[in-house]
Design a protein around this ligand. Sequence first.
Ligand code: FES
Length: 284
Amino acid sequence: MARRFRLRSLPGSDDEVSESNPVIDRREFMRYSFNTAAGVITMASLGSIGFASLLMGTADSSGGDTAVRFWVPSGAEDSVWYGDRHLESMSYSAFVNAATDSPTGMVGAQGVWSGLPVNVMYVPHTENASTPIATDKPRFQFMDGYTESGKYVGSGYELEEDPALAPLSIHDNLVVIFSRCTHLCCIPGWQLVQNDFTNNQWTPGAVDAGGNKLFCICHSSRFDPTAIEKNRNRNRSTGAEFDYIGIRRTGGPAPVGLPLIPWIITGDTIEALPDFKDWYTYCD
Ligand code: FES
């Protein structure tokens, strides 16, 4: 039987799950999300999958600050490690602790930051980077990025070489990823769908198989959160192209990967920074 997802109220809404927050299955989710603009409007009117309809910088009752917060999809409360932390600020130590229960040392969580959907991924890079590269020894990998038509865009190594990209430098074994699919703007999940792409396994080289992918339930695009590369996309409103540092699209209809979001630790709280807002406009 198809897995069903119960929709949530928008942050700040008084509505709890009700007739206006129906249960949908994957097919229905695709229909709501199929056309970006119409999908967002439909989602907003439903009070639905939530943060997809909010805008950068929009304050909400439980956020509106720099903190990245957990977002627990309805129905996933008992199946994800952060199931009892919906809309709590993400602490760095929560990821470190959760990683101890992972066979790969890799954990991730859905989140929301300033109204934007994000995925936060912890990768035991520091522990593994000095060992021979091997299956289930995950680490960040800098790679070459190409356009949809195969034209070379640039290298993930530019993250270390271009001072303008310094806020994005990989640190503390963790990355924050803008989570709107570059296909039709659905929100990829981290291990919310169980299949060969999302198993808690890691394979070097950002190959499509091998597990630990962000998986978009709409049309099955996959993204490797450990593969850092340079991508190119365009502002959907203006058509203006921009290059960005992000993670690799490994399969499915999405044309390119997802952008990174710079982040810092304040105390133990994971906070994101709005340095590269133009990168998050391909669904506008
Ligand atoms: S929106 Fe189509 S694969 Fe993600």
